[in-house]
Design a protein around this ligand. Structure first.
Ligand code: F6R
Length: 608
């Protein structure tokens, strides 16, 4: 989604802004621009398409001089991805420049009001009302103008703002869209995400909801929406800077797939003490765990798919009823929540608008909310009652892989904890689950060693038009994610079906040569899935099966088989997803697509 970078200090701003924006490219965008104050006026350069175009137009930033500026990568919401609609946007006099992430929901009425007052607009964007509204309120005090503007607008925003008559200042404000700032000896910075700043500083401040920041060359001050000063603590970013670099891999996605053994280990290790699972962040006594009435798992996309697995694991192991909801549905369906229910929200970015809103719905209903989040200090992490971090490090590729794997193991840990405390599993069973958990990183490593076989198969199916993924129980949850991985980066139409449901309509789409990926890891359901494989094969399908080592009944009826090592039934997703992630990756590479930046998608979806 859109990215923001701003700088004010002793160095030329443009090269720093371009460098920062390049670190945010992974978020997905379709145009870019920047505004730099040269001591007399604000100069703006914008271009549709990739950041490279902006780099060329400005000769790496050398053509646009000045020590203060703001830059933006835009993911179009209101208006086409053209250079007119790209940010920054200016007021008519060209004295106020604004970059914006989010959506101004009442922009139409504001535009009408401003038009009546004589303002005119050049773009189709919602954002352009902001510099004009600031202009309308500006009487020489930027803070006052920003404060009044924030009171007038509805929606979500993070802003970077420069005023031509305040050369030594850069302003920022946010609500429901992330923004951080930081400082080093050369100046101060704003950015919508950590990777943009890692090269310059590791000490950052998170700007809070409806807060304003004023940056100068060597200071950062914070104010609330009524312009009263507030104190804020610096946070140290512990990410390894190389984690946000490709380090010799062709794409971030394959690098991140290769990081999965470490991610899984890092997420499990701090929560295992001897033969028990201890999740200190949960902040719940055994009594409280016993009292939980039901669990709601709420998330979007792949995080939702992790939640679907979580339902099977929690219900199977701990015998607690679990509802899994897509966040954008949950927030509007007036869910029946009870104070004894635990709501678990899952989000890699911690900024997904729908998930954040679902969290608020749950809190309003009096439920305790536990967030499983990857990005430390993100909005969801800050708003939830408790946070269980997945230790995947920065995930740059738009398609999630390692964060999803970390979410799965976080859910397994919780399920084991709940099952044990509630007397559903014995000490010995818990020990056995822990042994299986500890084996996962090496088993994933083993599967990664098989990548050539998957690459070979992907090359064969690189021209596939429709692919169906089928499975039962946890295998269905795996199918959902396998199918999403394929379609989102390779643009091959693909659907996931509960294997038993296929014959209720979808089987009519199977014809000679249609690829069906059958996931069959659940031993008690194997015979049923084998019947479904036979059904599609007899209609001409080519079946790729993902199954357990030694599963000859599946092997006998399939055309091509990928085996996963032995684990207990609940953890099979962590292994079966690896060949499916690799399959999606290699089909996309084979089709020559931009794997890390699939069209129309963004890494962090901060709008509804
Ligand atoms: C798919 C993918 C998305 C995200 C979804 C939720 O590969 O990455 O489906 O899982 O947008 O994002 P987070 O986890 O950041 O809330």
């Amino acid at each position: 989604m859109c990215g923001i970078v701003g700088f004010i200090g002793k160095k030329q701003a443009a090269p720093i802004i371009l460098d920062g924006l390049s670190k945010l490219e992974y978020r997905g965008y379709d145009s870019a621009g920047m505004a730099v104050f040269d001591g007399e006026k604000i100069n703006v350069v914008k271009a549709a398409g990739k950041l490279k175009r902006l780099v060329e137009l400005t000769h790496d930033g050398a053509e646009i001089k000045g020590f203060a500026g703001v830059g933006h990568t835009r993911w179009a919401t209101h208006g086409q991805p053209t250079s007119e609609n790209a940010h920054p946007h200016l007021n008519g006099k060209g004295t106020i420049a604004v970059v914006h992430n989010g959506i101004i929901e009442n922009y139409i009425s504001l535009k009408k009001m401003l038009t009546k007052k004589g303002y005119s607009f050049k773009s189709e964007t919602d954002t352009e009302v902001i510099p004009n509204l600031l202009d309308y309120y500006y009487k020489g005090d930027p803070l006052e103008a920003i404060q009044k503007t924030l009171h007038r607008i509805e929606g979500s925003y993070s802003f970077g703002i420069i005023f031509a008559d305040r050369p030594g200042e850069l302003y920022a404000a946010r609500k429901a869209s992330p923004l951080i700032c930081g400082k080093n000896d050369e100046g101060t910075f704003i950015a919508s995400d950590v990777p943009a700043l890692l090269k310059y500083t590791r000490r950052v401040y998170y700007i809070g909801e409806e807060e304003i920041a004023r940056l100068t060359e060597n200071s950062i001050e914070f104010f609330d929406v009524d312009a009263s000063p507030i104190e804020k603590e610096e946070v140290e970013i512990k990410w390894d800077a190389s984690a946000a670099e490709k380090s010799g891999y062709e794409h971030f996605m394959i690098k991140e797939i290769y990081e999965e053994p470490k991610t899984v280990k890092d997420t499990i290790r701090p929560r295992i003490k001897g033969n028990t699972v201890e999740i200190e962040e949960l902040g719940m006594t055994d009594e409280e765990i016993k009292e939980v009435g039901g669990i709601f798992i709420v998330a979007c996309g792949s995080a939702y798919h992790a939640g679907v697995t979580g339902k099977y694991v929690f219900e199977g192991m701990a015998r607690i009823p679990v509802n899994v909801d897509i966040a954008s549905e949950f927030r509007y369906r007036n869910p029946i929540l009870n104070e004894k229910d635990l709501v678990i929200v899952i989000s890699q970015s911690g900024e997904t608008a729908d998930t954040k809103e679902a969290l608020r719905v749950a809190k309003q209903a009096g439920c305790k909310v536990l967030a499983i989040v990857n990005v430390v200090g993100s909005s969801i992490a800050r708003e939830a009652d408790k946070v269980m971090y997945t230790w995947a490090g920065p995930e740059i590729s738009v398609a999630t892989t390692k964060a999803y794997s970390a979410q799965l193991v976080a859910l397994y840990l919780l399920a084991i904890k709940f099952a044990h405390v509630r007397g559903r599993i014995t000490d010995d069973e818990m020990t056995s689950y822990i042994q299986d958990l500890k084996k996962l990183p090496d088993q994933i490593e083993l599967l990664l060693g098989n990548r050539e076989k998957i690459q070979h198969f992907a090359n064969r199916y690189v021209a596939a038009k429709d692919v169906f993924f089928i499975g039962r129980g946890i295998d269905y949850a795996i199918s959902l994610e396998g199918s999403l991985k394929l379609k989102e980066i390779s643009y091959v139409h693909s659907e996931a079906y509960a294997a038993g449901e296929l014959k209720h309509g979808t089987i009519s789409l199977i014809e000679d040569g249609t690829l069906v990926v059958a996931v069959a890891t659940q031993k008690d359901l194997l015979a049923k899935t084998v019947s479904n494989i036979v059904e599609v094969k007899s209609r001409g399908a080519f079946v790729l099966a993902v199954t357990n080592v030694g599963s000859t009944e599946v092997e006998n009826v399939s055309d091509y088989v990928l085996f996963i090592p032995e684990t207990n039934r609940y953890f099979a997703n962590s292994l079966a997803i690896i060949p499916l992630q690799l399959f999606g990756y290699y089909v996309s590479v084979g089709r020559g697509y931009d794997v890390d930046h699939p069209r129309n998608l963004a890494k962090s979806v901060t709008v509804e």
